[in-house]
Design a protein around this ligand. Structure first.
Ligand code: NDP
Length: 330
């Protein structure tokens, strides 16, 4: 990029992928926004499990790079040709990498305006975590009041939002979570909770549903749960594998899908559901609408200083967090 340099900007930079210590706070020059770009000064940055995948090298990115896929802030500079926003506007976004920074440039057409009454913190985590919960329950499998779903990591950032959307739809939603996190999940819409660390969750699902099992299972835990998740599905049910908090899912023989009852498996990613401007706007409008009418409430479970991102990653990977976490610059 070309342009003048604002040397006051600081960011987390990964020079070499690895553990949380790979996240290093340093001064990073930033250019003026290019054509079609805006520069925003972050007020809140969402912490996401996907950030740990990039940090560890599980997902590819070429160092040096700044992780972070969602955030919210105020527009401080406008690139050539940008009509959508003006300086001072409050905006939020989800986009690949670059978020762990005091300021950043991004394409204006990937940002949305934050409605009055929604805080920067809420808007930041509504983008990746909120829009993910929305597409999983409303698009990947269109849940209705006739359906029963199983959602792993119910008390996580995506999980607590998903529970509330399921409650709004009227679907029955069973959650799994570490034992101490069950009450929180129940408050956020889950009908039943299973302690998957100490119970056989497939057996419990069978008992809870009188053998009918689930129409859909949402599995973001991956390696530790996926095979057993298949046993929670009714014939021709859908397994949605959307993450790998416990490790990468091992490959398996497709023949297993017929043995388990002609079940379906999908491995979706948010960015394919909000690839164009109209689908991004539609998704964000629905999420902000739910926040405005109280259908979805997002409490921030943990706040970390942006420069302490390593501490935030340690807590997330050690399963010490509940709900959404934010990183706060300055
Ligand atoms: P969470 O806040 O849900 O944190 C992960 C949770 O997973 C933990 O709190 C823990 O809850 C549970 N967990 C189970 N096993 C492990 C383990 N071995 N190590 C760590 N955690 C474990 O994270 P996010 O809300 O940021 O993301 C949830 C998942 O959704 C992630 O896997 C992420 O990659 C995925 N995701 C996928 C997207 C997509 O479009 N495909 C988009 C956004 C997120 P407990 O203690 O209750 O077990």
């Amino acid at each position: 990029q070309t342009g003048s340099v604002a040397v006051a900007n600081h960011a987390i930079v990964i020079e070499q992928t690895g553990g949380p210590d790979a996240l290093v706070w340093q001064e990073v020059p930033i250019s003026d926004p290019g054509p079609g770009e805006i520069r925003i000064r972050h007020h809140a940055i969402g912490l996401n499990f996907i950030d740990t995948y990039f940090r560890s090298g599980l997902y590819p990115a070429t160092p040096p790079f700044t992780p972070g896929n969602e955030g919210a802030g105020e527009v401080v500079a406008i690139g050539e040709g940008v009509k959508r926003f003006a300086t001072g506007d409050r905006v939020a976004y989800t986009i690949g990498l670059g978020g762990y920074a005091e300021e950043r440039n991004l394409p204006a057409d990937r940002a949305v305006a934050i409605p009055d009454g929604v805080s920067y913190e809420t808007a930041a985590v509504a983008m990746l975590k909120g829009l993910t919960a929305r597409y999983l329950l409303c698009q990947t499998h269109e849940l209705s009041s006739r359906h029963t779903a199983l959602f792993h990591a119910a008390s996580g950032g995506v999980g607590l939002i998903a529970g509330q959307i399921a409650r709004h739809i009227g679907a029955r939603i069973i959650g799994t979570a570490s034992k101490g996190k069950h009450d929180l999940a129940r408050e956020h819409g889950y009908d039943e909770l299973i302690d998957y660390n100490n119970e056989d969750f497939a057996e419990r699902v069978k008992a809870l549903t009188d053998g009918a099992l689930c129409d859909v299972v949402y599995d973001s835990v991956g390696q530790a749960t996926l095979m057993k998740s298949l046993d929670c599905l009714r014939s021709r049910g859908l397994l949605v594998s959307f993450g790998q908090s416990s490790g990468k899912v091992d490959p398996f023989d497709l023949g297993l899908l017929s043995q388990k009852g002609s079940i379906y498996v999908t491995r979706p990613t948010l960015y394919h559901y909000i690839a164009d401007r109209s689908s991004l706007e539609e998704a964000a409008a629905q999420m902000f609408g739910w926040l405005a009418d109280g259908t979805v409430t997002i409490e921030i479970g943990q706040r970390f200083a942006l420069k302490d991102a390593a501490e935030a990653h340690r807590a997330l990977e050690a399963r010490e967090t509940v709900g959404a976490s934010v990183l706060l610059p300055g």
